[in-house]
Design a protein around this ligand. Structure first.
Ligand code: CP
Ligand code: NVA
Length: 299
């Protein structure tokens, strides 16, 4: 039976750990120039209705390195955005391709695509969540700390798609997640959770980051955000990751950001480029983890 990746909870804790073993192995193979072509002859369709650098390129290069090919399909070039139904499109694409990666606005579109496609569907970010990002981030944490359980992450800033996936991922993998955001940004309910991780909300970022192993942030304005964005930025101004906040953890902590970053807004350049920042290792690991996801779902 085909397996989709629409949310982190589509994997069990053991499934994630296996994925990380594969990711480490794929990373080593790549470093040593060892060819590994389990997806030879396979094709991934990649539908993008939003911009992307890391997600598009890591999946496209990942398919190529695993022996397959990726087709970059912007929604506007497909008949899909001219009125062909998602159901018809899903059935047709399933006859040609071996998997579909989709980045779009409405999460329901991804659910519907997965329901009507007979091939695996991978969520490359929606307004609701960003599972492939957080899987790669937890892999990076495992690499840096040698463990996942009981690592404390302080997420500071906007409660958005990345935060949603952090909540599901931290809970599944037994991590401790403190979220610092303006009180009005706190969601009415949390996503469905499995696992025994802890999630706590704070208004005061200085309290949230105490004892954190990782300080994490994302942009204040996400793709497709609407409303009074100037007001949103003002409310988020006290939630910037800067040296003062980093010092407030009271221990040596590492800094992560899913990127793209808006320097001087959610994070200062001093911290992003500083010695505790692991953002570019984090970005690189998108490739290794995305390859493990592709091999798991498509081979
Ligand atoms: N972090 C991330 O998903 O980056 P892109 O938007 O560039 O894909
Ligand atoms: N929250 C951001 C993440 C980008 C990778 C966005 O949706 O724009």
């Amino acid at each position: 039976m085909k397996k989709d990746l629409l949310t982190i909870n589509d994997f069990s804790r053991e499934g994630v750990l296996t994925l990380f073993e594969m990711s480490a192995d794929l990373k080593e193979k790549r470093t040593n120039g060892i060819e590994h072509l389990p997806l030879k002859g396979k094709s991934l369709g990649m539908i993008f209705n939003k911009h992307s650098t890391r997600t598009r390129i890591s999946f496209e290069v990942g398919m190529y390195e695993l022996g397959g090919q990726a087709l970059f399909l912007t929604g506007d070039q497909l008949q899909l955005n001219r009125g062909e139904t998602l159901k018809d499109s899903a059935q047709v694409l399933s006859r040609y391709l071996n998997g579909i990666l989709i980045r779009t606005h409405d999460h329901q579109e991804v659910i519907d695509l997965a329901e009507h496609a007979t091939i695996p569907v991978i969520n490359g970010l929606t307004d609701l969540n960003h599972p492939v990002q957080i899987l790669a981030d937890i892999f990076t944490i495992k690499e840096k700390f040698g463990k996942i359980e009981n690592i404390k992450i302080a997420y500071v800033g906007d409660y958005n798609n990345v935060t949603y996936s952090w909540v599901t991922g931290a809970s599944l993998m037994g991590m401790e997640l403190s979220i610092a955001c303006p009180p009005d940004f706190k969601p009415d309910s949390l996503p469905p959770l499995s696992g025994d991780g802890k999630v706590e909300f704070f208004e005061d970022p200085l309290k949230a980051v105490k004892d954190a192993d990782i300080i994490y942030t994302d942009v204040w304005i996400s793709m497709g955000d609407s409303g009074d964005l100037e007001k949103k930025e003002k409310l988020l101004a006290p939630y910037q990751i800067n040296q003062k906040l980093l010092d407030a953890t009271g221990k040596k902590s590492l800094v992560m950001h899913c990127l793209p970053a808006h320097r001087g807004m959610e994070i200062t350049s001093e911290v992003l480029d500083g010695k505790d920042s692991i953002v570019f290792d984090q970005a690189e690991n998108r490739l290794h983890v995305q390859k493990a996801i592709l091999e798991t779902l498509l081979s």
